[in-house]
Write a protein that binds this ligand. Structure first.
Ligand code: ARG
Length: 583
């Protein structure tokens, strides 16, 4: 019999199907099969107990009826009733061997995973910084969480469009253009520190508009001219955006991030009239104190707190742009789902957006589209406040990366002095960037976390260096044996030792972790799994000799090593982390 990739899902479907034709089971029954603690087995069906209670039946007897009817192939599964009416399911050594032979490399894992979201069109909107400013530490999370999520969705079969919704349009350009003109700043010249200088100009300009009403008037004028398409201002604006984006791209390159499209706020400026028209025509919007707003009467807060889509001075805003963005994604990408990755302070905005889009699309008879706001907490400094430089500025991502690589270099040079200089540099770059990235992803995204160089660069604990070291060590095992991962497995005999079985058990749970991670788009679940897998591998490796006299034993242990390596490398790749063959 072919083995199922997602075993919990397979069991769940099987239990469900069998129950549907059994006496005592009816519509409200869900088998609820999920991974359980090792002492109970691999999976547990939890659904019988609550169903028996609800239908006033004896839970153990009902569980027994189901168990008797299951007829699970005994060469692969053993099952028994536990406690008041749970069904515990264990996997046989033969099952582990079959599963591990079937899902032997990344392509096979991906093929297995591909059924989760087949054919779903998903637009992932992430990174999305504002132009004319440098990317700072506050931009890290959207970039790395968004990238991990889009990789996971793609791996599991979704058609993903990666959209960088940059903030390239807005009132800041009035001030900036004024300041550029006043300073005689020439954007056509080489500026190695362009964004720093634009930031300084913007700051000075802002101050000036506060001190001097004439400057405020001048800035307003420049903005109006830009909005009306004045050639000189348009040219300045375009230049600022393209140069800003070049700077963003150098960061994206370091983090291995790329986009399918960069449709910033400016792209939507001629698309807002239709939004007003449709929201008015569907009676979703109303006038309130001169502004155009949407209320959601059914909502405890948004019944009173308006979603402002046109300000009283007639200006469009962030909300209008995002409504136009939703429509464009529906029409241009046939999106079934849109995901926005931003910090938690935008929760109200995206909740109001979601409610508005749902009603508007339904009223117009458009295809429904699921909006999901994937939000995250703040990165804190040691003082428990949002992380800043000593002088109180946000830390630039560029500088953060240099420091990470520099610190990683010291760690690597100390740990492996025998490596060549080039090797040390290459490893330091991957370890440094991987460490920053993993430190972020391994935290539940909705929590704040404290940034700590010592912690993220440590070789102990749930860190990138620990996991990268584990993959390098696995490569070393194969190098020493003169084999490639996947070779030397043919003579494998049945898994036997407790540590072999524990490792095999963890490996076949990978699909359940993918599911859990995707459910609420929380990459830390995958991190925790990879960390635990490495730990279980270490116990196996300490207890069971891999290269050994008995060919059957060696072959099956090599298989476990190769699958552990493949799972770690696939998992890290999904997180956006580049792995190493030696370190
Ligand atoms: N530019 C915004 C910011 O820096 C994030 C944009 C997120 N995407 C969106 N469609 N609103 O906060």
């Amino acid at each position: 019999m072919a083995v199922a990739f997602h075993i919990a899902q397979f069991l769940e479907d099987h239990f469900q199907k069998v129950a549907s034709s059994l006496e005592g089971f009816g519509d409200g029954f869900t088998a609820d099969v999920r991974p359980t603690e090792p002492r109970f087995g691999v999976f547990q069906a939890n659904g019988v107990l609550p169903y028996a209670k609800k239908t006033k039946q004896n839970p153990r007897a009902l569980a027994q009826t189901l168990l008797d009817a299951l007829q699970l192939p005994t060469d692969h599964f053993t099952a028994e009733i536990a406690g008041p009416g749970f069904i515990n399911i264990n996997l046989t050594p033969a099952f582990y061997a079959d599963w591990l032979k079937t899902f032997k490399d990344e392509a096979a894992l991906q093929q297995g995973a591909s059924h989760i979201d087949e054919g779903l069109n998903v637009v992932v909107d992430y990174s999305s910084p504002n132009t004319a400013k440098q990317m700072h530490v506050g931009h890290l999370r959207s970039m790395v969480i968004g990238e991990a999520i889009q990789r996971l969705l793609r791996f599991c079969g979704a058609n993903v469009t990666r959209d960088n919704h940059i903030g390239d349009w807005g009132t800041q350009f009035g001030i900036l253009i004024m300041a550029i003109k006043d300073a005689g700043y020439n954007l056509d010249e080489e500026h190695p520190n362009l964004l720093e200088e634009l930031e300084a100009l913007y700051k000075a300009g802002t101050q000036k508009t506060k001190d001097d009403p004439a400057a405020l008037e001048q800035a307003r004028n420049e903005l109006v001219k830009l909005q009306q398409g004045d050639a000189e201002n348009m040219q300045l604006w375009e230049k600022i955006n393209s140069l800003s984006y070049e700077a963003f791209e150098s960061i994206y390159k370091l983090f291995n991030v790329a986009f399918d499209c960069v449709l910033g706020e400016s792209f939507y400026r001629d698309k807002v009239d239709r939004i007003y028209k449709e929201l008015e025509e569907t009676k979703l919007s109303e006038e309130s104190q001169g502004a155009l707003v949407v209320f959601h009467p059914e909502h405890p807060r948004f019944a009173k707190q308006p979603f402002i889509i046109r300000k009283s001075d007639g200006a469009t805003n962030y909300a209008t742009t995002d409504l136009a963005t939703a429509l464009h994604r529906l029409e241009a990408f046939e999106a079934n789902e849109m995901i926005n990755v931003t910090d938690g302070r935008q929760q109200d905005h995206f909740e109001q957006l979601r409610l508005t889009v749902e009603k508007w699309f339904a009223a117009k008879g458009y295809k429904p589209c699921k909006l999901r706001h994937v939000w995250f907490g703040t990165i804190l400094g040691e003082d428990g406040k949002a992380i800043k430089t000593r002088s109180g500025e946000p830390i630039k991502l560029k500088e953060l990366v240099s420091e990470a690589v520099e610190r990683a270099y010291k760690v690597v040079a100390e740990k492996s002095p025998e490596l060549t200089e080039d090797e040390k540099r290459e490893i330091a770059e991957k370890v440094g960037i991987g460490a920053v990235r993993y430190a972020d992803l391994s935290q539940n995204r909705t929590s704040d976390y404290t940034f700590s160089w010592e912690k993220m660069l440590s070789f102990d604990g749930n860190t990138a260096p620990y996991l990268l070291y584990a993959t390098a060590r696995l490569h070393a095992i194969f190098r020493k044996a003169g084999l490639k991962p996947g070779e030397g497995e043919d003579a494998a005999t049945s898994f036997e030792t407790e540590t072999e079985l524990a490792l095999a058990r963890k490996l076949v749970l990978f699909p359940s972790v993918l599911e859990l991670t995707l459910e609420d788009l929380r990459p830390h679940f995958l991190c925790t799994y990879l960390f635990e897998l490495s730990g279980i591998f270490s116990s196996f490796y300490n207890a069971d000799k891999v290269v050994t006299e008995d060919p059957g034993t060696q072959a099956r242990r090599l298989m476990l090593c190769a699958r552990t390596l493949n799972t770690l490398e696939t998992g890290l790749k999904l997180l956006g982390i580049e792995t190493l063959e030696r370190m």
